[in-house]
Design a protein around this ligand. Structure first.
Ligand code: GLU
Length: 473
């Protein structure tokens, strides 16, 4: 068997969106699973659409998610160069082969002439096809006009690893541009040349190319190439599942997710399951589980829903699974400033307590700053709380005073003794835990979130807890 070689072939035209990352991830998984090679190729032949800095950004995004490629523009490899604009002589050579075989011609028409052909076809109620207008004696191609492929219309039946068996008739086959007059090849031509030269075995890409596939099959034949396996990704839909995911649906640049405190392994698991499952109900997968279990034939054909709430849940799951030392490394940049001055051992204990509740690393300050600094009183936490806003001011004072008294009596200050005192307090005050514990939590932290109450108070220490509960008196 040939070595499996997959590629991710983005165009540097903007930030890497979640659909692009999914394509990269699946290509990566297919390669890793087969001990093959994963190649990064930059398809930068459309100079008008190129966005400055996006190649670096793409590379940074792949690295941030741990999708390490084996060959690529910045690291080289046996099939270098990996950037299409550095491979122009290669496309010239392949174009010449087609010219020599009588399978490509200089396109002599101006845009106005093509427009006229189109209008004629519309008037005759016929589909417009370039191949109906092949020039009889085209001039030799000198690079100042486009070079067009001379197709051989025929029906095709082929297998797509995801979409299944597909077929089309000869009417979809047409003459398409191979080389543009600016000297650059089209995507349609360049990717076929590069996949062949780079010995790519699996072409995994988005659906925007599926309608052109019969034309690609025609070109593979004209070049005498065996085609690689083709796998077309299903679309990614918005949360409601009623339209394709757009920028407005909240899908951000993947590096923004990382900056916002999402773990790479959570993003990878979430993105892998946009359209793929392993046939069980398992919802989260570590990178090594993905390498072991992924298969293209379990990628669904219909659209996958992008649900940010699920991403948040998956992220919380991966945060809880991290060993504390590892979590400590990951949160380094997310601590509030006041925490940076604290003892490392204390920070570690705070993190241990907060780990259970962290949904993103960025929640860390909200969840922990009151361990390191005096919180600022924020009465809206009480007045906007469903349970607490019903309480009279005097009732609040009574409850906080009772809590102060009960906790003050404790000789031993730990999670268990505190919990016991809190439970007794429920009985003596006749309040529900949802009300009483929220109130104590708010008065001791002034934060919308905090870890479990007894653990929080234990770590705050008796003195600080009592001081904060005195404020109400
Ligand atoms: N350069 C193409 C794009 O970014 C890649 C398509 C492919 O993977 O072949 O859309």
């Amino acid at each position: 068997m040939n070595t499996v070689r997959t590629r991710f072939a983005p165009s540097p035209t903007g930030f890497l969106h979640v659909g692009g990352i999914r394509t990269a991830l699946f290509a990566y998984l297919v390669a890793r699973q087969a001990n093959g090679k994963f190649v990064l190729r930059l398809e930068d032949t459309d100079k008008n659409r190129e966005v400055e800095g996006s190649a670096e950004h793409l590379i940074a995004s792949l690295k941030a998610l741990g999708l390490q490629y084996d060959e690529g523009p910045d690291i080289g490899g046996p099939y270098a160069p990996y950037k299409q604009s550095d491979r122009l002589d290669i496309y010239q050579k392949w174009a010449q082969r087609l010219i020599d075989a009588g399978r490509a011609y200089a396109d002599p028409y101006t845009p106005a002439e093509v427009q006229k052909f189109r209008e004629e076809a519309t008037a005759a109620k016929k589909a417009f096809l370039y191949r109906d207008h092949r020039p009889e004696n085209p001039p030799a191609w000198d690079g100042t006009t486009p070079l067009r492929f001379k197709c051989e219309p025929k029906a095709y039946a082929w297998h797509d690893e995801v979409m299944g068996d597909l077929s089309t008739g000869p009417e979809v086959i047409d003459d398409f541009i191979l080389m543009k007059s600016d000297g650059y090849p089209t995507y349609n031509f360049a990717h076929i040349v590069d996949d062949a030269e780079m010995e790519i075995t699996h072409v995994i890409r988005g659906q925007e190319f599926i309608s052109s596939t019969p034309n690609y099959l025609n070109l593979y034949e004209a070049l005498g190439l065996e085609r690689p396996l083709l796998a077309t990704m299903p679309p990614i839909m918005n949360e409601q599942g009623n339209k394709k995911l757009g920028k407005r649906d909240g899908a951000k640049d993947v590096l923004d997710y990382v900056r916002d405190g999402y773990l790479p392994e959570a993003l990878v698991s979430f993105i892998a399951t946009l359209g793929w499952n392993d046939g069980t109900t398992q919802e989260v997968f570590t990178p090594s589980e993905l390498i072991a279990k992924f298969s293209l034939d379990r990628v669904g054909r219909s659209g996958a829903r992008f649900d940010e709430k699920r991403l948040l849940w998956v992220n919380g799951h991966f945060i809880r699974e991290l060993p504390l030392d590892e979590l400590a490394k990951r949160v380094e940049f997310f601590w509030p400033d006041s925490a940076k001055k604290a003892e490392e051992a204390y920070r570690h204990r705070v993190l241990e307590l907060a780990q259970e509740r962290l949904k993103t690393l960025r929640d860390l300050p909200a969840l922990t700053s009151y361990f390191f600094e005096e919180p600022t009183r924020n009465d809206s936490l009480v007045s906007e709380n469903k349970q607490l806003k019903k309480l009279e001011e005097t009732e609040i004072t009574r409850l906080i005073t009772a809590a102060h008294e009960a906790l003050e009596r404790l000789n031993e200050w730990n999670q268990d003794t505190i919990q016991e005192a809190l439970n007794q307090l429920l009985e003596t005050t006749g309040q529900k835990p949802g009300t009483l514990f929220s109130l104590i939590r708010i008065y001791t932290t002034w934060s919308p979130f905090s870890p479990q109450l007894n653990g929080t108070l234990a770590l705050l220490g008796k003195e600080t807890t009592l001081k904060r509960l005195s404020v109400a008196q």
